[in-house]
Design a protein. Sequence first.
Length: 173
Amino acid sequence: MLKIISEYQKVDTRKLMDVYSESNFENTDYFYPDDSDKEAAVRKVEAGFLEFLKNDFFNKNDATYWVLEIDGVWVSALRTCKIQDGLYYMEALETRPDYRRKGYGAQLLSSAAASMKKNGSFRLCSCVSKKNIASLRTHEKCGFRIVSEEGYDYLHGEADEHDFSLEYRYSGA
């Protein structure tokens, strides 16, 4: 089932953090490199992530979290926000490690795009690490195309040579 969440109070924070568990663990090395207690570091990363959602992300234009739920488990998630009329930025597509390689990321991405089509023409931009072949293939499977060899993060106004910029275009019915 596709869940469309447009306010922080509707987020089941534990289920969402379970989707991002692997990334949150990896981010401990970036945010808390000197913290030897990995469990405590993960809790800090999760708290920071949730603070970002509450105080920053959900205050953006048309900020939406899209979640694929299977039998009560949040298996895949992504977020989008409106940059300007007809232009949206998507980030943080992730699937729980124990649900990967089953097509759930593609199912979520396709479902989110289909839902967005109800409002007419749009472009949906995203960045994917050049090393993340699985994510790149998932995006391409869902109709995204590489538009630049340098990723552009619309939320932070930053380019990154380690990412590709991808775009999905829908020109209306």
